[in-house]
Design a protein around this ligand. Structure first.
Ligand SMILES: [Zn+2]
Ligand SMILES: [Zn+2]
Length: 340
């Protein structure tokens, strides 16, 4: 089969590799589409502890073409998505039921082969059949599941004033979830352009254009929109400077959710007296492990709209172009299509 294979950071090839062999509790999926995520760009750089050689890609959808002998509840021909994260079930955190914090967390597309290929071998218990979602929409199930977990971490009070930084693919989903789950008012701040316009159509009550060269403008607009600040701030850009900047917009007693994927070496400075005096809470949210059924419910029911979020499709062989397009930040979400 054809696949994108990395044998070291920044060293990849589009090449023929043997089709994966399945075991008793596995299935074989023919990939219809696989989404490109910020995480894949970090993996390209060797961040996030990838295990090389590696076929990346963790936002996959496809069709079951073979089942292991122990797999009972799935059928050949079913269209499916796959939860890329697998906990060990045995470590300190797993024994406490905290599976996402597993010390031996395995991820398809990070620590084992993923979806930038024609076929994927995956444990059957990671698989969820889909209904009417197109492959283009189905690649958004995984990022939506991650955003849902972010909502759980946020544990927002209904009717809150919310400020979201970022209008990338995850921001687009988070904005809709925030609106559906209790934001009394949702303000979204991001660079001007089609992404900010889309989030304005999909969910935001107010959009504020960020000009990184002239931050005073959006600062004063945000202070004007809410002079006492916001109850919840969600930082979904992955930029340390935006994160550092965000805390000033927290209302007394407010919460900052650190959601973006940051370069591993970045750090942010906060004034501890300010956090202490204003009783600010900072929370982190990483991926998900049990949110797929709920994400599917939101997408299948049309409550979360993802069709316009997937802005571009590329063929698998054009991985180099995919990277350039992703770095250019011109589109929103890319779906990669392997040869059929
Ligand atoms: Zn992702
Ligand atoms: Zn574990």
């Amino acid at each position: 089969m054809k696949a994108i294979v990395y044998d070291a950071p920044r060293r990849f090839q589009y090449k023929d590799v043997p089709e994966p062999q399945i075991e008793a509790d596995d299935i074989l999926v023919r990939i219809n589409a696989c989404g490109v995520c910020g995480t894949d760009l970090h993996i390209h750089e060797g961040e996030f502890a990838p295990r090389f050689p590696l076929i990346p890609g963790h936002e996959f959808t496809g069709e079951i073409v073979a089942l292991g002998s122990d797999v009972k509840d799935l059928k050949e021909g079913q269209r499916v998505v796959g939860n890329s994260n697998e906990a060990c079930g045995k470590c300190f955190y797993c024994m406490r039921g905290n599976f996402l914090l597993c010390l031996n967390l395995r991820s398809y597309g990070v620590t084992q082969d993923g979806g930038f290929a024609q076929y994927l071998r995956i444990k059957a218990d990671r698989i969820f059949p889909i209904g009417h979602l197109s492959p283009r929409e189905a690649v958004m199930v995984e990022p939506s599941a991650c955003a849902l977990h972010g909502m759980e971490v946020l544990a927002m009070k209904p009717g809150s004033d919310v400020l979201l930084f970022g209008a990338g693919p995850t921001g687009q989903v988070l904005a809709q979830l925030l609106k559906l789950n209790g934001a009394g008012r949702l303000v979204v701040a991001a660079p001007a352009g089609p992404k900010l316009d889309l989030i304005g159509r999909l969910a935001a009550d107010e959009i504020v254009a960020i000009d990184r060269n002239d931050p005073k403008k959006h600062h004063s607009r945000l202070h004007e929109l809410s002079p006492t600040g916001f109850d919840y701030i969600v930082e979904a850009t992955g930029s340390a400077s935006v994160c550092e900047d965000a805390i000033q917009f927290a209302r007394r007693g407010g919460t900052l959710l650190v959601y973006g994927v940051y370069p591993e070496a970045d750090s942010v400075r906060f004034n501890p007296f300010d956090l202490f005096r204003r009783e600010i809470t900072i929370k982190g949210s990483f991926a998900q492990i049990d949110a797929f059924p709920r994400a599917l419910a939101y997408l299948e029911s049309g409550k979360i709209k993802v069709n316009e979020i997937v802005s571009d499709e590329f063929e698998l062989k054009d991985w180099g172009k995919v990277l350039e397009h992703a770095w250019s930040r011109k589109g929103i979400k890319i779906a990669v299509i392997p040869p059929s």
